[in-house]
Each structure stands twice: as C-alpha cells, then as structure tokens.
Design a protein around this ligand. Structure first.
Ligand code: CP
Length: 358
C-alpha cells in the first residue's frame, strides 16, 4: 500500500531523504525562486500539544512558499473540547486544507490521522514516539554544518528514554556508513531497547555512559536534550533527574574545536546561557534550518506526484491489544488494529510497541 503521509522519516527512501535535504539547501540559497510555488494552497496546523518551533516553522514555511495557514494551537478552542474524535476532526480538516501538520501527545496518532485524511499528513510529533521533521531539521543542519552525514561520532545526552527526537535521529543516522553513538544518560533515562536493536542491526557502534565531561573529547556532534518533565509519572521522579547534565564552558574546554552542539529546543537548564556565544553552538541555527527542511517537504508533498511512501504492512489483527497504554488504539477505539512482524513478534503499526493477545 502506498501513501503520501510523513509519519516516520523512515517512510522516505534514502534517495527521497537526500533529495529533500538538497532541496532545503536550494531554497535557503534562493528563497525568491520559491516564494510563490504554493500560491493558493492551504496548510492546516493542528497542535494538540504546546510548540514554538515546529508550529511556527511549519507556518512560516508555508507562508514563505506563498501558501496560507489555518489551524489551532489549543484543542480546547476547537470541537475536540466537546469530545470530537481524531477521525472526525481529520476527515473535516482534510476537506478544507491541502496538507496537514499535526502534533498530538498520543503515540501513534499521526498514523491514525493519516487513515482518514484525503491530503498529506505530516507528523509534527506524536507523544514520546516520533518527531520526523525534527530529524529532518537535524540532518539538514548536520549536512550543512559538518558537510557530511557519515563517519560522525555523535554524542546524545540527557533524556534518551523519552526524547523522541533522539530516537528518530539515531534511526536515521544508523543508515549512514561509519556513524557511531555515545549515549550519555542516567540509568533511569537510557535509550529504549528497540533503538539499540536498530543500531545493532545496522552495525553501528555505540556505548552507554554516564559522565558528559569524560566522554566529550572525541565527539564530532553533541546533541543535548531536555529532561522531559511532561513524560514522567510523578514530580519526584522528575526532580531526581533534573539538572543531572549541564553543558557549560568548563566542560566545553575538553571538546574538539570543530565539534558542533545541537539541541532540538526548548532548553531548560541543560545548556548554560554562556555557551550560546561559543562558535560551536549551533542550536539556534538548527531551528532556522528546520524551516528550510519543512519548506522542502511541503513542496515535495504538494508538487511531486511521485512522492509516495510505503506502509509497513497494513495487516489487520483481531482479538489483540497494544501493550502501550499511551497508544492511540487504546484511546480511539474505532481504529483498525494494524500490525507488522519483527523478530517473530507482532508490532503495533501505530506506536511500534508489541501487540498481545486479548
Ligand atoms: N524542537 C521542537 O519540537 O520544539 P517545539 O516543541 O517548540 O516545537
């Protein structure tokens, strides 16, 4: 089965990803040429969860291409507050807009939305699951700032358990030859096993360590992340992790001169403000690269009729439940139960957790 939705950056072939990154660069270098390519088109930005960069960069991306934007940034101001289902909201919105960008705290909700949309849906973050356009932002930044996407030693530091940007980035960068990862976290916030499986399968080397200062010296890239307070089960658990990692100028003394520092933002306290003026700090530039990446993606989805992706499998199951309480199928009960198989197990196609018999 084929579709034109971007749920996971993995949906893009290697060639499509390369093409998108290159187009982002062309748009950045000659914005006038692309200023009217989406004249008459409308994007709906449906944000069920707070956002600054993703929402505003999608909106400015569409406007810089000549298009217009509708949507909400607080579902309580829409009929969601009256109990409208995701299916009904998306069915209606896809009759109004030519393309939809949606952020929703429920895992797998982007895949669910895509089932009911007659126009392309872009996943702007689905809970702790995936955030593909942040990964696009990250790879556009890496390509422009490091000049390559291979043979990079990438340190990832902070909340590696809940950070969907980390999961998506590791998945994507595992496809490029010679990349290796240094995973810097507490034992409570380690990267999930399914991401380690991906690194193992692709043959990427990785180490799991605790100390940032001791492991910074040979990194090409340091990707800092926020401890994601909103994903913790209790305030006590969050307080126990808060402030564990703070990148400051003292620690940066041990890093290479050409290392770059990335962060998906927002930052809380994990990068000291004094670092902002260091030439290695790239996180504000990264947010701008994100707008060009999103401009390229919107343009390809609206203009290139061959820009199709394959679904994972589309097989239906009955008498089974997704083991993930946060999965959309456990909240929107009308959804068909799609799964794919991995290592002999049935995996939920919405959230990538295992399915169990009911
Ligand atoms: N990086 C990112 O997703 O930022 P926002 O939450 O502000 O969109």
């Amino acid at each position: 089965m084929k579709h034109r939705h971007v749920i996971d950056l993995e949906d893009l072939t290697f060639m499509q990803l390369q093409h998108t990154i290159e187009l982002a660069g062309k748009i950045k270098n000659d914005p006038e040429k692309y200023a009217h390519v989406c004249d008459g088109k409308i994007m709906a930005t449906l944000f069920y969860e707070p956002s600054t960069r993703t929402q505003m960069s999608f909106q400015t991306a569409m406007m810089r291409l000549g298009g217009k934007v509708i949507g909400f940034d607080n579902p309580q101001n829409s009929s969601v507050a009256k109990g409208e289902s995701l299916k009904d909201t998306i069915t209606v919105m896809s009759g109004y807009a030519d393309i939809i960008a949606m952020r929703n705290p429920v895992e797998g909700s982007a895949k669910a939305a895509s089932l009911y949309s007659s126009v392309p849906v872009i996943n702007a973050g689905d809970g702790g699951h995936l955030h593909p356009t942040q990964t696009l932002t990250d790879v556009v930044t890496l390509y422009n700032e490091k000049g390559r996407l291979n043979h990079l030693k990438i340190g990832l530091c902070g909340d590696l358990k809940n950070g969907r940007t980390v999961h998506s980035l590791v998945k994507t960068m595992s496809h490029f030859e010679g990349n290796s990862f240094v995973l810097i976290s507490t034992k409570e916030l380690k990267i999930p096993d399914y991401i380690k499986d991906i690194m193992d399968r692709s043959g990427c080397k990785y180490t799991e360590v605790f100390d940032l200062k001791e492991n910074i010296s040979d990194l090409d890239v340091l990707y800092m992340t926020r401890i994601q307070r909103e994903r913790f089960n209790s305030e006590e658990e969050y307080q126990a992790q808060k402030g564990t990692y703070i990148l400051d100028l003292e620690k940066l003394k041990y890093a290479k001169d050409n290392m770059i520092i990335l962060h998906p933002l927002p930052r809380v306290d994990e990068i000291a403000v004094e670092v902002d003026d260091d030439p290695r700090a790239c996180y504000f530039k990264q947010a701008v690269y994100g707008m060009y990446g999103r401009m390229a993606l919107i343009l390809l989805l609206l203009e290139d009729k061959d820009y199709f992706f394959h679904t994972k499998s589309g097989k239906l199951t009955t008498h089974s439940v997704c083991s993930n309480d946060r999965c959309v199928v456990n909240q929107e009960h009308y959804l068909p139960r799609y799964y794919y198989k991995k290592n002999g197990k049935k995996i939920c196609e919405y959230c990538d957790h295992e399915i169990r018999n009911s």
